[in-house]
Design a protein around this ligand. Structure first.
Ligand SMILES: [Zn+2]
Ligand SMILES: [Zn+2]
Ligand SMILES: [Zn+2]
Length: 584
């Protein structure tokens, strides 16, 4: 049982309590300390919340799970080893220095070097192959950008991928060329696939190790459920094996990757075998992930009704020679998934892409499947009203809002940045809006996202559209009850009620009293339960707890540094950054 807490049940009435009792994995009672005290037996384990907030287990509705495991070191979570180097730097020369270091540490003279987190909006120049070649020897190098929608590779990687001046990019892909027509090493959207196909995949043992590490980090952050978007069939088997043998203790919702055509999706769905005796509350495979457009970073691949400030625009990334063909392909993919009984979640950031996705959902007449928009950055108010009427949800990214702050002022302009992730308009219109990190784009530390949703304030202190702010209770609901609805699980998780699973997240203080971003992100997770099992306890954990605490501070510093170097010399963040370090 959990006692001495400020229990926010997240039921429809917003009921509160002090304590709850869990038996056989389920909540059996919620009430005062006294009411719950009578459930005490000789073998009852008592968790003292110490006056902190007690929440239903946090559900991150869009988190690239093993990808995060491989990149957790970029967010300060110290993992078993470095799989991917952090190239969040402000000059190309600094990136070259990181790669030179990676070459020193490489296990073999021709092994692949992986890195991520470069950001074209803050670099003095793009890290093209002429930057990487002089320091990389025989090593092929690939570096994913902060959005994971662009790659920077060296000449050796281009060679292994067979990319030359004559290579035709796949539909939706861009191979950047220099003035002489040679590829520069920058590959956007689907063109990244050419290099990805040449990289030896991580071995199952490596993936398993990354998943174990990711799980330990998520437990320490209070996350008990997640949706992993865009997995292949091989990953389904891996998840299934780990859930069955008990080595993975998280509630996992998998989205199968659709590909750009209905034919590709048909093939994937045909290959999906039965789940066997895996607990459907631990592993659900009922969704398809579709990619509609790109991102509003300097890549400028979002598909917008009004173009980017410099006149550029993205387009749909499904197969087709023009907008009409691509729209038809998008709708065909959505229709096929729905016909096969799959819930569809579609990545769409630009308003034109979002409208295209929602019209595709409505055409299927399968509202009961609860299709939803992923990201939904610029969902127009009228579209939000349509979504509310038709039970189409949206999965927003308030952590990205907090971390990126006003970075996109230069690409989409301040008005659209203010509106980006329109939480207030969505909720006021009755849209089921949940929150998700999209890790490893940013850290899965959801308290940073709560701060972003409630204050609309970035790490640099700049506010991005206060009129779209929501209340603390609404923000917490967007990480608990609402994503449970998205998972078709609202009658057994996402709330602390009798009969619901005993998934619990306990905070170090009263979250309802936290007003500023610093107060919100200053709270620590002190305990995490899944089905009544204690998977994280800050007071007794030794190595993982210390590591996680360090990681949290480091993650904060990492992102503060990113914000500071973009916004100029005057550093606003150092003060509270140091305050956090001292506290921890
Ligand atoms: Zn996405
Ligand atoms: Zn994503
Ligand atoms: Zn700063």
């Amino acid at each position: 049982m959990v006692v001495n807490g400020k229990v926010l049940t997240m039921d429809r009435r917003g009921s509160r309590a002090q304590a709850l009792a869990i038996a056989d994995g389920r909540v059996v009672a919620v009430g005062t300390n006294r009411e719950i005290g009578r459930f005490t037996g000789r073998r009852t384990a008592v968790v003292d919340a110490g006056g902190g907030t007690v929440l239903p287990g946090i559900n991150d509705g869009h988190l690239h799970f093993n990808g995060f495991g491989f990149e957790a070191s970029n967010f300060g979570f110290e993992g078993p080893r470095i799989y991917s180097y952090d190239v969040a730097r402000s000059t190309a020369a600094e990136i070259a220095a990181v790669i030179a270091q990676a070459v020193q540490e490489a296990p073999a003279p021709d092994s692949w070097i992986r890195a991520s987190q470069w950001d074209g909006t803050r670099l003095d120049r793009l890290p093209t192959r002429d930057v990487l070649d002089p320091v990389s020897g025989d090593h092929p190098v690939y570096m994913s950008d902060i959005s994971h929608h662009a790659l920077a590779v060296n000449s050796r990687a281009l060679q292994l991928a067979g990319i030359t001046r004559d290579t035709v990019p796949p539909p939706g892909g861009i191979i950047e060329k220099d003035a002489t027509g040679e590829p520069t090493g920058i590959l956007r959207e689907a063109a990244s696939g050419l290099v990805m196909a040449a990289i030896p995949p991580y071995t199952p043992a490596e993936v398993s190790e990354a998943m174990d590490f990711a799980a330990s980090v998520l437990h320490s952050l209070g996350i008990t459920s997640l949706t992993d978007p865009g997995v292949g069939l091989d990953q389904v088997d891996l998840y299934r094996g780990k859930i069955l043998d008990g080595s993975l203790d998280l509630r996992i919702n998998l989205m199968l990757r659709a590909g750009g055509t209905a034919a590709a999706l048909e093939e994937t769905l045909a290959g999906l075998g039965p789940m066997g005796d895996v607990d459907p509350r631990m592993l659900r495979v009922g969704e398809v992930k579709v990619l509609a457009d790109g991102v509003p970073t300097d890549a400028q691949t979002s598909w917008l009704h009004e173009p980017f400030l410099d006149g550029g625009n993205g387009h749909l990334l499904t197969a087709g020679a023009d907008d009409a063909e691509r729209l038809a392909a998008l709708h065909a993919v959505i229709a096929l998934a729905a016909r096969k009984g799959f819930q569809v979640g579609t990545h769409a950031t630009g308003d034109a892409a979002i409208d295209a996705v929602v019209s595709g959902y409505l055409a299927t007449r399968t509202n009961q499947l609860r299709h939803y928009v992923i990201h939904g950055d610029l969902t127009p108010p009228g579209t939000l009203r349509t979504m509310a009427r038709n039970d189409v949800g949206v999965s927003f990214n308030p952590t990205i809002k907090q971390v990126y702050s006003r970075f996109f002022d230069t690409t989409i302009g301040p008005e659209r940045v203010d509106y980006q992730w329109p939480f207030r308009t969505a909720l006021d219109n009755g849209v089921r809006a949940s929150s998700a990190s999209d890790a490893a784009v940013v850290t899965p530390d959801w308290l940073i996202g709560v701060a972003g949703a409630v204050t609309r304030q970035g790490f640099d202190g700049k506010v991005g559209g206060i009129e779209q702010a929501i209340t603390m209770e609404e923000a917490l609901r967007s990480y608990t009850a609402t994503p449970a609805w998205q998972d078709h699980a609202e009658d057994w998780k996402g709330q602390l009620r009798r009969g619901y699973v005993g998934d619990v997240t306990i905070l170090s203080g009263d979250v309802l009293r936290a007003r500023t971003a610093e107060e919100i992100t200053g709270l620590e997770v002190i305990g995490t339960l899944i089905g009544g099992r204690v998977v994280y306890d800050a007071t007794t954990s030794t190595a993982p707890a210390a590591r996680a605490a360090t990681g949290k501070v480091a993650a904060y510093r990492h992102q503060s540094a990113a914000a500071c170097s973009t916004t100029g010399a005057v550093c606003c963040c150092r003060a509270h950054e140091e305050a956090r370090t001292t506290r921890a």
